[in-house]
Design a protein around this ligand. Sequence first.
Ligand code: ZN
Length: 406
Amino acid sequence: MSAIASTELVRQQNSLRMLSALRRHGNLSHTDLAELTGLSSGTVSAITAELERSQLIHRSEQQAASGRGRPRVLFQPNSGFGYVAVVVISSDAVQYSLVDFTGRLMDRFGEGRSSTSSDVFAREILNGLVRLAGRSKIAPGDILHVSISSKGLVDPATATLVWSPVLGSGHVDFRTVLAPHFRAQIYLYNETLLVADALWRQRRESAGESASLAALSLGHSIGLGVARGIGEGKAEVTAPNFGHMLHVPGGALCRCGARGCVEAYCGFYGILRAAFEVPTNTIPAKFVPLPEVEKIAASARAGNRMAVLAFRQAGLALGSGLSRLFSLYGPMPIIVTGPGTRFLDLISASMREGMEQTSVVRMGGLPQITIEPDEQTLVFDGHMGLALSRLDGDIVMSGMAVPQIS
Ligand SMILES: [Zn+2]
């Protein structure tokens, strides 16, 4: 790398550190900034001047408490520089959130979804985003970053939803649909990848831990996100297609059309099918409302044999799936989330039994399993962690100007 290129890279990294410190702590003085970022006073002066010129941050003056002496100069991110839109797609609804440049949530609303056509669905998302901008009286062009998540298979490189529980294999190419209407960069993530990323960041910040972990989402569908520490406080986060990994060759029919997937045994529709002794080649229900599964759980807790077996079978599928994960990547703590966490009392014994099928667990002991029921907050935290750092990166790399459509 040439000397000029490496100086430019250092300048960009320092700008990103300053923006991130200001967003995390709010109002900061020159001295605070130098302390928090570890940068020299001269570097802090040069970068704050540049960030101010680009209108990414602004300054305010605070009179000393005594009312005498020079006022303190405090810096803060410019909330109106640009906005982030977050779109969370779930089986039966879509939630839209708008966040300003300081990271503050400005607006949120949800809409039911009914369309099973990918073209109609893409237009619904476009209309939702236009409404999101309109409700806060900003122009769609002021949204600089759109962060979308869904369950299922996504192609992050092209922001295309490849397979989802509701639309099946009807592809949705979000970048093509949305880019002409926004100045924004469009990103698409698997939902459980965001959960794993949020949990990993939380643990790194609260306990300085950067060990690997896996997030397991239980509900109508099954998701897995794996965050593997790669050193220097960084993680590689992936969402393997765990729910559609083979559990029983030629086994129960899955929503994806294959037979014997993990999800066909432990997704809500798999539990429903087993509890009512419906043939396993029956086409799975599109969506099973939570109260239906609650009824089966109540019946299992009252000792109903088929209901007990349905949950037991679900736990075995999850446990043996996890045992394969440990064989490939080594044991790691599991954090269970999603609406299915309320049935863990019925699942955990057989889940442990499934995990113990691998020698890694038999020799090294069971990995720690914890429950984080509030999946929606983790998904949103995952969006925010990635969206703001990527937005800052896009702005700083483009020379502090508002990024253009890719
Ligand atoms: Zn499947």
